[in-house]
Design a protein around this ligand. Structure first.
Ligand SMILES: O=C(O)CCC(=O)C(=O)O
Length: 336
């Protein structure tokens, strides 16, 4: 295989913030990302910004703000605020934004899951993140008879890298997609997300050098824009050379057969789960998909906790009954 790049773009053809739904879908197909204009405005945007500033200050005081992940440079002063759904009602509204649904459905189908709900504050002086994809864990495709890479041995740093070149054999489908809500304006100078147009067609992971050796473009737009990229698109946070903080709210979604980055079924505060409408409960992973996510109740559409199942079984037992068989095998095990 040659290492030569064969993916190029004309600046004027690239996605720009728009509300034209067919253009958004075409941009996603062609470039691996698109940008929705004016997705969040007015009070909601203001509320998000204020709440994020508050959270950032509190969490920084507690000293738990630096997320030492492999994609951040060692000298990063990025601040990541995690599990936003637990940290303000305004964020709950944002994770199921009606403007993003058609694109997410195009990529992942109708029953996708919430995989991460965070904010990234990119501070002045912050260096670029390493380029990566959000499905770096995808085992490379193999020809019949060729030895495969066991899925569980794949690491972020060890992922097979390749050139910015359109693949000539089958590549994997996108299994995740990310939305980035611009809570402040995103500019090249303040560290707007860098995207590599067309890289979703390479079938490989990018060179992870910082500064980047791969060409990319800054996803620029006013506050309230939502950029969406699919799981195979090469991207990173850009370097912040300005004197202002960039506020972004990345939200990751996954096809329903995937393991999610954050464990929402365990980590979401119980009051939020109890109040959640069906769509949110589905996003959080409580809906059973083709048997996956089940807690052992035959035919159930929704997962329930082992404690809730056991309590139901106990309440249906005659007072002197010995538990030898129960309607739900999972509950029976819990009672032993
Ligand atoms: O903060 C950004 O601009 C990029 C975030 C990112 O690369 C990611 O969350 O995967």
């Amino acid at each position: 295989m040659t290492d030569e790049r064969n993916i190029f773009w004309d600046e004027g053809d690239l996605p720009k913030p728009t509300r034209d739904s067919s253009r958004l879908k075409r941009d996603m197909d062609r470039w691996g990302y698109c940008m929705i204009a004016e997705a969040v405005t007015g009070d909601m945007l203001r509320e998000m910004r204020e709440r994020l500033e508050e959270l950032a200050e509190t969490e920084a005081e507690r000293g738990d703000h630096v997320f030492a992940d492999k994609v951040n440079a060692a000298d990063s002063n990025n601040q990541w605020v995690l599990m936003l759904i637990n940290k303000g009602e305004v964020f709950l509204r944002a994770v199921d934004h009606p403007d993003t649904r058609p694109i997410l459905e195009q990529l992942l189908g109708p029953e996708y899951l919430l995989s991460e709900s965070s904010a990234h504050l990119t501070r002045p002086g912050n260096p670029a993140m390493a380029l990566h994809t959000d499905q770096w864990w995808m085992p490379p495709t193999v020809m019949p008879g060729e030895r495969h890479l066991p899925g569980g041995t794949i690491t972020r740093e060890g992922a097979v890298q390749g050139p910015l070149r359109k693949a000539t054999q089958a590549i994997a489908a996108p299994l995740v997609a990310q939305t980035m809500l611009f809570v402040s304006d995103f500019t090249e100078a303040n560290g707007a997300t860098r995207l590599v147009p067309g890289s979703h067609m390479t079938g490989s992971q990018p060179d992870q050098s910082v500064p980047h050796v791969v060409p990319s473009v800054a996803a620029e737009g006013p506050a309230g824009t939502i950029a969406i990229w699919e799981g195979r698109t090469w991207h990173s946070a850009g370097p912040n050379t300005s004197n202002e903080t960039r506020y972004g709210m990345p939200t990751l979604y996954a096809a329903p057969q995937m393991r999610t980055l954050m464990n929402f079924t365990l980590g979401t505060r119980s009051g939020i789960v109890d109040e959640a409408p069906e769509r949110l409960r589905q996003l959080l992973g409580f809906r059973i998909w083709s048997g996956y996510g089940s807690t052992g109740e035959m035919g159930a559409r929704w997962a329930r906790s082992g404690d809730a199942i056991a309590a139901d079984i106990e309440s249906t037992q005659p007072a002197d009954a010995t538990v030898t068989a129960a309607p739900h095998s999972c509950g029976a095990n819990l009672l032993r």
